[in-house]
Design a protein around this ligand. Structure first.
Ligand SMILES: Nc1ncnc2c1ncn2[C@@H]1O[C@H](COP(=O)(O)OP(=O)(O)OP(=O)(O)O)[C@@H](O)[C@H]1O
Ligand SMILES: [Mg+2]
Length: 504
């Protein structure tokens, strides 16, 4: 669908530095009207930074932004909006406590233009129109955003970004920075549908994702960044997933080796555990064993992990670690019992954005470094540096503030923190969401290494291919209970899991 002629939006020779680090080095990008332009690269390669330059959030040290071939000297976020550029950033600024209607109207003309009073009816109608323009009819404008599923929230973010389509304002460009990172396949399809519709209206789309296969199906053109530099910009036709991964990484991507650990004694056992969505559930995980949990949204998969981790109150049943009962509903008790937990929404729940990478990694395990009087900082730094190496967290700067790490590197850092605890039980909810192909393989290796040291691992993922790849055994959850167990995931088909879990 690429049209000829001048690009609607272009970046030329962009350089962006952060203290002591070059995030973008001479990067150019040109988006045509109606084009779906994929922007790919490993974690930390500079994608979100480039998007923020385009949004006027960062001003580059060098290079220029061109709209319809005209240079825009001092781009600000307000100017970008006026020029018809719309963004869904990697951390979309949505407000869970507010209604869908409020979230869509923030920044729109219905707000503020009439003083303190808000015209609710107009707002509601506008929200409804914005949603239905992108084919969403199952979301009420008056419901609280926090009550929606991930995919519905993503749709609200999309609706907010493209709402002016009906208002007569010309929208030139829609940029989506990993909108589907935590969406299961069939939910992500909805977002792909919207992207196709938007492009069909002549709007340029820049799309960022680590999910390479749907990305290739969607994109007309692909631009690849590596370490802040442009390595390729070409048509997507004739490009397959392996070739694209190789362009991103610069070498062939190795798959994780298969698990070598031999399961030992039962370490984790749940007996009749129930609470929230979860019906009474019993299961056992041995030391060295990786047990996958496959299930759809709402199947109780995350509830299961939360109950074991003590971060949600139980309604009954018990959790034992190496035969010892763990007091329920208390995260601290679970940690003391040797349970490490990586929640789904880890950036919000498990990280301290304003502290350093080092503090984020050691925070939970500080006591190990406490000498008689004070923390041995040298030892702490060395230990953290070793972990950054092991998990390939970039940059290798222990003193960098956590919030300045790229999305994927934040994930790796949190998993590194768990590894430091050498836990008896490791609970992982969506361990590779939003991480690149290489990081994904590295995280899989890391999980297997932990298992090989005797940790009992329970891992939830909506990517059933990943569950099968990683696990020694897979529990299929459906409507709050274990429906069946797949004893030999290596030979099972992804399609079969979908069938058992309740789709396709
Ligand atoms: N505000 C900032 N201050 C300092 N460094 C930053 C800042 N924002 C980004 N960086 C650094 O710039 C580099 C590029 O980060 P960016 O977020 O653009 O990566 P990305 O390609 O979007 O990665 P991901 O796939 O993980 O989202 C990273 O090394 C990151 O640590
Ligand atoms: Mg990013």
């Amino acid at each position: 669908m690429t049209s000829e002629g001048a690009s609607v939006v272009a970046l030329s020779g962009i350089r962006k530095e952060f203290t002591g680090q070059v995030a973008l080095d001479d990067v150019s990008l040109a988006v045509q009207a109606g084009q779906v332009h994929a922007l790919v690269g490993t974690n930390g390669s500079g994608k979100s930074t480039l998007v923020k330059v385009l949004a006027g959030v960062y001003s580059p040290e060098r290079g220029s932004v061109l709209i319809d071939g005209q240079q825009v000297p001092h781009l600000t976020p307000a100017r970008a909006t006026e020029l018809g550029l719309r963004f869904i950033h990697q951390d979309p600024a949505l407000f869970p406590q507010q209604t869908v209607r409020d979230n869509i109207s923030i920044g729109s003309r219905y707000r503020g233009s009439r003083g303190v009073r808000v015209d609710e009816r107009r707002e509601r109608d506008a929200a409804r129109r914005a949603l239905s323009a992108i084919g969403v009819d199952d979301v009420s404008p008056d419901v609280r955003l926090g009550a929606l599923s991930q995919s519905q929230r993503t749709m609200v973010a999309v609706a907010r970004a493209v709402q002016d389509l009906q208002g007569g304002q010309r929208i030139r460009l829609l940029v989506l920075d990993e909108p589907t990172a935590s969406l299961p396949e069939h939910e992500a399809e909805r977002v792909y549908g919207v992207i196709r519709d938007v492009a069909a209206q002549g709007i340029g789309v820049v799309y960022i994702s680590h999910d390479l296969s749907p990305l290739l199906a969607l994109a007309d053109h692909v631009t690849v960044l590596r370490d802040g530099k442009l390595v390729a910009s070409r048509s997507s036709s004739g490009l397959d997933e392996a070739a694209l991964a190789q362009l991103m990484v610069g070498e062939e991507v190795q798959r994780a080796t298969s698990s070598t650990s031999r399961p030992g004694e039962v370490v984790l056992s749940c007996r009749g555990l129930r609470g929230g969505r979860l019906q009474p559930t019993s299961l056992e995980v041995r030391g060295g064993e990786i047990v996958g949990v496959a299930g759809l949204l709402g199947s109780g998969r995350s509830t299961l992990l939360r109950l074991i981790a003590g971060s949600q109150p139980t309604d009954g049943g018990e959790v034992l670690v190496s035969g010892r009962r763990v007091p329920p509903g208390k995260p601290a008790a679970a940690i003391a019992a040797g349970i490490a937990y990586v929640p789904e929404d880890r950036r919000a729940q498990a990280a301290f954005p304003n502290l350093t990478l080092r503090e984020n990694i050691t925070g939970a395990a500080l006591s190990a470094f406490r000498g008689p009087l004070r923390i041995d900082e040298r030892a702490e730094r060395a230990a953290v540096r070793a972990l950054l190496d092991e998990f390939d967290v970039k940059p290798r700067d222990t003193e960098k503030q956590f919030r300045f790490l790229s999305g994927g590197n934040q994930q790796k850092a949190i998993i590194a923190r768990c590894a430091r605890l050498a836990p008896e039980v490791l609970l992982l909810d969506e361990p590779t969401q939003g991480v690149d192909v290489r990081a994904r393989a590295q995280i899989h290796e890391a999980i297997k290494r932990l298992a090989a040291r005797g940790t009992a691992v329970l891992v939830v993922s909506s990517d059933f291919g990943e569950v099968l790849d990683l696990s020694d055994r897979v529990l299929v959850l459906r409507q709050g209970g274990i429906k069946t167990t797949i004893a030999d995931p290596a030979t099972a088909q992804e399609q079969h899991v979908h069938h058992l879990a309740g789709t396709a």
